[in-house]
Ligand binder design. Structure first.
Ligand code: FDA
Length: 323
């Protein structure tokens, strides 16, 4: 591994959990300029504007209200209310579903830790109730819901909540992280009966005992997992910007006799926009994950940690401010 992966990446991800650094970063105007590359804005209206542009170019969307690691029930309730307002606003804009059950154009992505999962008493139950409320509203709106994957301490709880939600809302998707050694087994379990699975590499700093840490090992694990998903009866969502994975996905789909509407590509807002457009123009389903809100700090630092060029760009923006 290089110096960036070994030293800078874990340090940036640790900084992503610091309240003190968060407060400092939020005060610096230069940070905000860089943040806007990855975050659609702070309000529902800003998110809907970004969604309109993406939809106009034939892309599907998944909208994420930023926030995580909530430590009080009131904030978990507020986050739930924001999702409900977002879904109502999507319904009011009339971007009605016209596609298949699995590939409806509108989706919201949730982090259970934003809905109370980490609360000391009944956290998982509270997160389940909040997610259930959001799923009910999504069903009325015709939107999908996918549950994000957070650090490994939450995986069992998150998969348990997803199983409960799926008993009533079979279309609820789940994100699985290919860097976790357990994920191959989770893919085997989840690649059933139309289940929507978003396979990503994983964005947290995880110990080697639980996760692959080398780039090539992570890519190998990703492709092994993707083969299971593509060969199974679920609906694979290929969440990656990696050219090697995108090229391999098309081949695996062909081998497993999947047509372009039997799976989708997914990328993050602001990352490889031209590639997103190219894939969509070629007739593929491409969904863009659109984060919005004021709690952008953790998400933003994970994007900075993914690429040395981003870290340099960010540091340059900070230095320019002082000159
Ligand atoms: P990789 O990091 O190897 O990047 C491949 C190429 O993509 C780079 O060379 C560069 O060109 C481009 N690229 C990647 N990241 C970039 C960045 N930040 N800025 C600019 N260019 C970049 N993770 C998680 O732990 N839990 C989750 O729930 C999710 N959810 C999720 C949803 C969706 C739709 C996507 C696309 C990703 C996630 N992730 C996630 C993040 C994921 O785990 C992973 O950290 C990033 O996607 C980066 O990995 P890649 O597969 O893109 O490959």
């Amino acid at each position: 591994m290089g110096v960036f992966a070994e030293v800078a990446r874990p340090a940036i991800l640790t900084a992503g959990r610091s309240d003190r650094l968060r407060r400092t970063a939020e005060r610096v105007p230069a940070t905000r300029r860089v943040v806007h590359r990855f975050v659609a804005g702070e309000t529902v209206t800003a998110a809907l504007d970004a969604v309109a542009c993406l939809r106009a170019s034939g892309r599907l969307v998944s909208i994420d209200h930023l926030g995580e690691d909530v430590t009080d029930a009131d904030t978990a309730d507020t986050n739930t209310e924001i999702y409900l307002a977002l879904l109502d606003a999507l319904a009011a804009r009339g971007d009605a579903p016209e596609a298949t059950d699995t590939a409806r154009p509108l989706e919201v992505s949730l982090k259970l830790s934003a809905l109370g999962q980490a609360l000391p008493r009944d956290g998982e139950k509270i997160a389940l109730e909040n997610a259930h409320t959001i799923c009910e509203r999504a069903r009325r709106t015709g939107a999908l819901v996918t549950v994000d994957a957070e650090d490994h301490t939450t995986t069992d709880s998150t998969l348990s909540v997803v199983r409960d939600l799926r008993a009533e809302f079979g279309w609820v998707g789940v994100a699985l992280q290919a860097y976790l050694r357990r994920t191959y087994g989770d893919c085997v379990q989840f690649a059933v009966g139309g289940a929507r699975v978003r396979l990503c590499k994983g964005a947290y700093d995880e110990p080697a005992a639980l996760a692959f840490r080398h780039r090539d090992d992570i890519t190998d694990s990703y492709l092994r997992c993707l083969k299971v998903l593509m060969a199974g009866d679920g609906y694979p969502m290929v969440a990656s910007h990696d050219p090697a994975i995108i090229a391999a996905a098309a081949g695996i789909a062909a081998e497993t006799h999947r047509e372009v509407h039997d799976f989708e590509y997914q990328m993050l807002y602001g990352i490889r926009d031209a590639e997103q457009r190219r894939l969509a123009a070629a007739g593929n389903q491409v969904r863009v994950y659109v984060p919005f809100g004021t709690q952008w700090y953790g998400y933003f630092l994970r994007r900075i940690a993914e690429r040395p060029a981003n870290a340099k760009f960010f540091l340059r923006a900070l230095t320019e401010r002082r000159e």
